[in-house]
Design a protein around this ligand. Structure first.
Ligand SMILES: [Zn+2]
Length: 373
């Protein structure tokens, strides 16, 4: 049975307290860097126009020049294809919001309190409706650290069933890393824990007023706490970091799990929360089952919205599958992680932005997973 939150239930939640965290970079990356002598060069793109926009922004975060209306009532604030830096102030991931006739849902809040404030300004420039929900698509600091900017709205903060634990474990690392990487831009950033969780077997529906959102929690893929948001009105599926477009995908969960999730998405003709998320161990049927609905477009966690979303998923799948196959070969020949990092997937370099920053870590993580396959 799906979990449904309506206005009546708004305010009934489990209080997990406050959290925090920051940084996409795993604690282990520095260790592997040392062991393998991998050179992770910093990504400093000199884009003077970004610097100019930063200077003009009222909150110091690169402003709404990239705010896009991607469907009626759906707004995407596009992140830049860079690593965290003081110049981009951490605005590297896509965030946005969806407006119903009665209330608003925010999808991801960015990497800092300041970025969250700027996102809130964007919302207020569009609508005065109450900001009832903040949906966090997963734990990564470029997506989940701006939530405190919405405290005055008293929203229900929603995430995957594993999100609270994942954030709690990384709180200190994430916050310290953001302080180091973003400097003053990370001021006042604090961790806000989800007050409501979405289970992998049940999903959740949210009523925005004449508009329903369907939240789906996935088994471990990009992370162990990935959540997607489907807008039933427009057919927009917000996949967040389950899909990277242009920028190299980053693996922080399970390579095999992610491949499986992508296969399921590519094979699907439409979105249906009940069918895809039902508990297969029971024969229970949901009386509120919704019809399967066409997916018109997909919002990735990084990169532009795509209508040819199967093709975008296939491109990402090709990269991750290639890594898996080449690593399996090395493992079968008794090779080492260091050998894998030196050779695996290098032909993909020209296909992805930030390849040198993240590919080595993907190979390292994939090797650790596959050697126990
Ligand atoms: Zn992520």
């Amino acid at each position: 049975m799906k979990q449904v939150i309506t206005t009546r239930q708004h305010g009934m939640f489990i209080n997990f307290g406050k959290i925090y965290a920051n940084l996409l970079q795993l604690d282990t990356s520095l260790l592997f860097q040392k062991i393998l002598n991998i050179q992770y060069s910093s990504a400093c793109f000199s884009q003077s126009w970004i610097v100019l926009l930063l200077a003009l922004s009222s909150t110091g975060v690169a402003a709404g020049e990239d705010l896009q209306k991607i469907a009626p009532g759906i707004y995407l604030w596009l992140g830049v294809h860079e690593d965290f830096s003081r110049s981009n102030k951490g605005r590297i991931a896509n965030t946005g919001f969806i407006v119903g006739s009665e209330r608003v849902a925010v999808i991801d809040t960015g990497s800092s309190f300041q970025q969250g404030l700027r996102l809130r300004e964007h919302i207020r420039a569009v609508t005065d409706l109450p900001i009832a929900y903040v949906i966090l698509t997963h734990m990564h600091p470029d997506h989940a650290l701006g939530t405190a900017a919405f405290n005055e709205d008293n929203p229900t903060v929603i995430g995957h069933q594993n999100l609270a634990d994942a954030l709690a474990r990384r709180k200190t690392t994430y916050l310290n890393n953001m302080k180091r990487l973003l400097g003053d831009s990370s001021e006042h950033t604090q961790l806000v824990m989800p007050s409501h969780s979405v289970s992998v077997t049940q999903g959740m529906r949210l009523d925005l007023g004449d508009r329903w959102l369907e939240l789906k929690a996935y088994p471990t893929a990009h992370t162990n706490n990935d959540l997607s948001v489907f807008d039933t009105q427009s057919g927009t599926l917000w996949l967040s970091d389950l899909l990277f477009v242009e920028r190299i995908p980053v693996m922080d969960g399970s390579l095999l799990g992610w491949l499986k999730v992508m296969d399921g998405l590519i094979a699907s003709n439409c979105h249906n929360l009940t069918i895809e998320n039902r508990d297969l161990s029971t024969t229970r049927h949901n009386q509120n089952q919704q019809p399967c609905q066409p997916i018109s477009q997909v919002v990735p966690g990084h990169g532009p919205v795509v209508t040819a979303w199967r093709s975008a998923l296939a491109t990402q799948r090709r990269y991750l599958d290639l890594i898996a196959n080449q690593i399996r070969q090395i493992i079968s020949e008794g090779g080492t992680i260091a050998q894998a990092v030196e050779t695996v997937g290098l032909e993909e370099e020209g296909n992805w932005l930030l390849f040198n920053e993240y590919h080595g870590r993907n190979v390292t993580a994939a090797f650790a997973e596959l050697e126990w396959e």
